[in-house]
Design a protein. Structure first.
Length: 100
C-alpha cells in the first residue's frame, strides 16, 4: 500500500502569526514591519510598505564597507583549500609509493 505524502507548504504553515505556529522573533518582525509596533522609543513613524527595514539598510552599509576584506578572505580561503587538497594528494601519492 503506498501512501501519498502531502507536499510541504510553507505558506500554509507560516500563513498565520499565531503564537503556536511561528517563533517569537518572526512574530515580532511582522508586528514591527507592518507598522503595528515600533522599535526603540516608539517615536518612529510608520514606514512605506516597499521600504526596506532599518536593520537591512545597516547590513547593506556594513557589507559595502567590508567588501574588500570579504573578497580577500574568500580568496585566502580558496588558496588554503587548494593547498590542503594538494597536501592530501601528495600524502596519498607518497603513501602509495611506500606501500607498493
Amino acid at each position: 500500500k503506498s501512501k501519498k505524502h502531502a507536499m510541504h507548504d510553507p505558506q500554509k504553515e507560516f500563513g498565520s502569526t499565531a503564537r503556536d505556529t511561528v517563533p517569537s522573533w518572526i512574530r515580532d518582525e511582522v508586528v514591527v514591519d507592518k507598522g503595528g509596533g515600533f522599535m526603540g522609543d516608539g517615536k518612529a513613524g510608520i514606514h512605506e510598505p516597499d521600504e526596506v527595514p532599518e536593520h537591512f539598510k545597516l547590513l547593506m552599509q556594513a557589507q559595502e564597507e567590508w567588501r574588500d576584506y570579504d573578497i580577500y578572505a574568500r580568496i585566502s580561503m580558496l588558496y588554503g583549500v587548494c593547498s590542503f587538497l594538494y597536501a592530501v594528494t601528495y600524502y596519498a601519492v607518497g603513501y602509495a609509493i611506500v606501500e607498493l
